[in-house]
Design a binder for this molecule. Structure first.
Ligand code: HOZ
Length: 431
């Protein structure tokens, strides 16, 4: 197979490195963990993404999750054009914010009151502030390998880019901030129980990705989330589900609907912005009424509730709420899972493929993965080889063994077949 030409991407990367740290505006884009140069993108449509050298790829990154309808969905683009003509930002309330919040609350009834922000990072940071303001406690618990954005105090044993580059606790985070962040292994209810017995009354909140998408794709063990819910209620600890990745992905109602757990607070992002920068946090009225101007906990944003972002979110959720949409999305995701497992089996390579709704990952290991320690033991170097060879065969995966992949409504059976063929050939080549 002739090698793809990446000449323009390489030139642009050289230029970008002079101006931008590592040449990228978010670390995991740099391909440092898998080797090679990042692709510079020209455009994307449906399930495909096109680089500046004119190469086409089936895209399972989907802008790290938001593009659940596929890229440049005509309905979203049309609505955005119309909205842009009316003005791109007002710094004042609009009916669009109410419309999106109403749609979100319908899908996530636990979010009785919510606020729109500009990113998942803002959502988690603000939710934790609200929980601290509500409980009057300082300490928080997070789990190893869960990434909740890059706010100080959350960059402690974080997954995603932080794990990819081996920086579990980032320099620049004051020790005093990190001191209030307690970390525990995911899926270990006993460890959580013990910590709460020791210091439960000092803990404001526990924040987790109910399916960990920032260490690959780690599912909660049966009973784990239920256990967290029970123990947090006992100690008056605010249970925060970070559903930035799992929201509208694991199911329409996210992980909380799929696993039937009602958290006290929820953070969303990605899908609810339809590809524009959005986050949202919300939850129980009594907690959210602490937020300014209703209450004393301050949180603000010039572009929060931006009309273009609200429009893209509304259009995306409208399409997602149509009957049978999730049936279709889940069928495609299942078909990919079957095809990838089959390809690995035929090629005789040890992999574990995990999936929660339309998010998934492939680990190179023969052991089950229950937490970050397990994920870190998988063969990440082999993943790097797999990744590079898949790119050359026209399949774009996330450039790290610690990231999830995503399925969209635009992916076709032909895309899945081509992906499975490429995976089979690659598995043979690298095993
Ligand atoms: N939460 C994403 C990583 N899993 C964001 C991508 C990024 O860090 O750029």
């Amino acid at each position: 197979m002739p090698k793809l030409n990446h000449k323009k991407s390489k030139e642009l990367f050289k230029k970008a490195k002079r101006l931008i740290p590592g040449g990228v505006n978010s670390p995991v884009r740099a391909f440092s963990a898998v080797g090679g140069n990042p692709l510079f993108i020209d455009s994307a449509k449906g399930s495909k993404i096109y680089d500046v050298d004119g190469n086409e790829y089936i895209d399972y990154v989907l802008s790290w999750g938001p593009m659940i309808l596929g890229h440049s969905h005509p309905g979203v683009v049309k609505a955005l054009k119309k909205a842009a003509e009316k003005g791109t930002s007002f710094g004042a309330p609009t009916p669009l914010e109410i419309e999106l919040a109403t749609m979100v609350r319908k899908a996530y009834p636990s979010m009785e009151v919510m606020r729109m922000v500009n990113s998942g990072t803002e959502a988690t940071m603000s939710a934790i502030r609200a929980a601290r303001g509500f409980t009057g406690r300082d300490k928080i618990i997070k789990f190893e390998g869960c990434y909740h954005g890059h706010a100080d105090g959350l960059l402690v044993k974080a997954g995603s880019g932080a794990a990819t580059f081996g920086v579990p606790t980032s320099p620049g985070v004051p020790r005093d901030y990190a001191r209030n962040t307690l970390t525990l292994p995911f899926n270990d209810l006993q460890a959580f129980k013990k910590m709460c017995e020791r210091t439960g009354k000092n803990i404001a909140c526990v924040i987790l990705e109910p399916v960990v998408g920032n260490s690959g794709c780690i599912l909660p063990k049966p009973g784990y989330l239920e256990g967290l819910r029970k123990i947090t209620s006992k100690y008056g600890i605010v249970l925060i589900f970070d559903e930035v990745m799992t929201g509208f992905r694991v199911s329409f109602g996210g992980a909380q609907r799929a696993f039937r757990i009602k958290p006290d607070m929820t953070c969303l992002g990605k899908v609810i912005g339809g590809g524009l920068p959005v986050g949202a946090y919300g939850g129980k009225k009594e907690i959210m009424r602490k937020i300014a101007p209703d209450g004393p906990v301050y949180q603000a944003g010039t572009l929060s509730g931006n009309p273009l972002a609200m429009t893209a979110g509304i259009e995306t959720l409208k399409i997602l709420s149509r009957p049978d949409t999730y049936k279709k999305l889940m069928a495609k995701s299942e078909a990919l899972e079957d095809a990838m497992k089959n390809a690995a089996k035929r090629a005789g390579i040890a992999t574990k493929f995990y999936r929660a709704g339309s998010m998934f990952c492939t680990y190179f290991t023969n052991q089950e993965v229950y937490n970050f320690t397990d994920a870190a033991k998988t063969d990440t170097a082999l993943f790097g080889k797999f990744f590079r060879k898949m790119i050359e065969k026209g399949v774009n995966l996330a450039p790290s063994a610690f990231e999830a992949g995503f399925m969209s409504l635009a992916h076709s059976q032909a895309d899945i077949n081509k992906t499975a063929r490429a995976a089979y050939e690659t598995f043979k080549e690298i095993s």
